[in-house]
Unconditional design. Structure first.
Length: 223
């Protein structure tokens, strides 16, 4: 573009060489600036729209047991081309043993796990990652925000106790018993309204839940 800045140009040269640049971008390269853009099509005279919504590259799909975190996270990851990580796989064995026995986790059990989840988000955020994590309390979510870095988006899968209990009872091969659902619901602090949070109702088909989540992520605010 140096020859354009020097003034040696023809309109056809600029149109072919500047591609989709806006007129304002081209003007910055030319002596005389905007005054020399009369030959440009109207679409190129307008500033470029740089506000196109994009899916955040670090996402936690959260909620209590039975809300469908793994299934929704898988669809979001597939559609966005991101890595998917199961937060349950990052629990230390002592936590898994407790939950299998129907013993609720305490904060002291959760901190090391949350730090592992946050570290995984931080490590994979450049290429995009979706992690499942209950993230029930605000202090847990703030810990994740601090460890994973910003921006960090949350998809909160929200459903009734009756629906959640039905889903837990219907699945097989998971260590979380239905008996812990009530404890989780009592611990849950609704994240709706927090920066970076998208709340999605789970009383819908899976594809619709994923559609709602992706639409919300594209418009989510981190302020």
């Amino acid at each position: 573009m140096a020859d354009l800045a020097a003034g040696s140009f023809r309109p056809a040269d600029i149109l072919s060489r500047c591609g989709n640049r806006s007129g304002h971008d081209i003007a910055a390269l030319l002596p005389g600036g905007d005054a020399r853009l009369s030959f440009l099509p109207e679409r190129m005279k307008r500033p470029m729209n740089t506000s196109k919504a994009e899916t955040p590259r670090a996402i936690i799909v959260m909620g209590v047991s039975g809300c469908g975190k793994s299934s929704v996270a898988r669809l979001i990851a597939e559609r966005a081309g991101f890595e998917q990580v199961e937060g349950d796989d990052l629990h230390p064995a002592s936590n898994v043993d407790k939950m299998t026995a129907g013993i609720p986790l305490e904060d002291a059990d959760r901190w090391p796990w949350l730090d592992r989840v946050g570290a995984e988000l931080a490590r994979e955020r450049q290429t995009g990652v979706v992690v499942t994590c209950s993230a029930l309390k605000k202090i847990y979510r703030d810990r994740l925000r601090a460890t994973a870095g910003q921006p960090l988006a949350f998809v909160f899968l929200n459903g009734s106790e009756t629906l959640l209990a039905e889903r837990i009872g219907a699945r097989a091969g998971h260590f979380m018993p239905t008996s812990l659902l009530k404890s989780q619901l009592e611990t849950l602090e609704d994240p709706s309204g927090e920066p970076g949070v998208v709340t999605v109702d789970i009383d819908k088909p899976l594809n619709v839940i994923a559609d709602d989540a992706i639409a919300g992520l594209s418009a989510v605010s981190f302020r």
